[in-house]
Design a protein around this ligand. Structure first.
Ligand code: PMP
Length: 289
């Protein structure tokens, strides 16, 4: 496997970064996860824009333009001869000293991995996930800005640990006020009386690229939608529920905290969104070569 690292495509065994890198020492950096289908990277420009926004928000200025990063991403996919898969693009603060001061890190590092990912076994896309609410809360925006896709994912990992320890694959995370924010790595959607509902970004969700695609598709499919504060009650009493994310794509949820959602099976709206998402993802995107 060829990895893009700081301007060069190198062999996996040579793709190494310093133990003094603040990305490793402090989780100081940002990242993106992207997918490519049929040799085309889906929503590439949106992902790179979000990467640059995340970096800018943490005072990390990249020494490349967005156009250059787009080019490097496509080159990495092409160099690995893949047509379908997942890209992990990571920007770290760079090597510095054993202290917090990020200004002592002279140059950010960037690496790009083009590989594959399987987040959930196929049967869950057919039958839906049974998920739980976890005790780990999304940090308040004044603590860790939820829109920043930073390397500091310990909060999400603790939530995932709770899910797995409860024999679930995903967990709903609430914000400090008790409103639903999102799941550990996915955004959450409900269908209630024919209306598509999803939490506000300001309730602590990541501004998901797949989330935005679903809202676009809702327009195209003629499904009315609302972004609003949601509680667990709204999920328990919804007709349908599904999660979205670049790695997860669109996956149905059939229960929360052992309360059946709707009739406990993936619903018709969910199936329509799943199909429309795959049609769009399979037929659009930036060609890698
Ligand atoms: N929330 C979190 C916390 C995430 O890490 C992700 C990405 N895996 C998402 C939501 C979904 O965002 P996207 O659709 O842009 O992948």
């Amino acid at each position: 496997m060829k990895i893009w690292l700081d301007g060069k495509l190198v062999d996996e065994s040579e793709a190494k970064i310093s133990v003094f890198d603040h990305g490793l020492l402090y989780g100081d950096g940002v990242f993106e996860g992207l997918r490519f289908y049929n040799g085309r990277v889906f929503r590439l420009e949106e992902h790179i824009r979000r990467l640059f926004d995340s970096a800018h928000a943490i005072c990390l200025e990249l020494p490349w333009t967005q156009e250059e990063v787009i080019k490097f991403t496509c080159e990495t996919v092409a160099a690995n001869g893949l047509t379908d898969g997942y890209i992990r693009l990571v920007v770290t603060r760079g090597a510095g000293e054993l202290g917090l001061n990020p200004y002592l890190c002279k140059t950010p590092s960037m690496f790009i991995i083009a590989s594959t990912i399987k987040l959930y076994p196929e049967e869950y896309y057919q039958n839906g996930l049974a998920i739980i609410t976890c005790a780990t809360r999304r940090p308040a925006p004044a603590a860790l800005m939820p829109q920043v896709k930073s390397l500091n994912y310990l909060n999400n990992i603790m939530a995932k640990v709770e899910a797995i320890q409860s024999n679930a694959l995903e967990a709903v995370m609430l914000n400090e006020q008790g409103y639903v924010a999102e799941c550990t790595g996915d955004n959450l959607f409900l269908i209630k009386n024919g209306v598509l509902l999803t939490p506000l970004i300001s309730d602590g969700a990541l501004d998901g690229i797949t989330r935005a695609v679903i809202l676009e598709l809702a327009d195209q499919l003629g499904v009315p939608f609302k972004e609003k504060s949601l509680t667990r009650y709204d999920i328990y009493t919804a007709d349908e529920c599904f999660l979205t994310g670049t790695a997860a794509e669109v996956i149905p949820v059939v229960s929360l905290d052992r309360r059946k959602i709707g009739d406990g099976k993936p619903g018709e709206f969910t199936k329509r969104f799943l199909k429309a998402f795959h049609e769009l993802a399979g037929s659009t995107g930036t060609p890698v070569a």
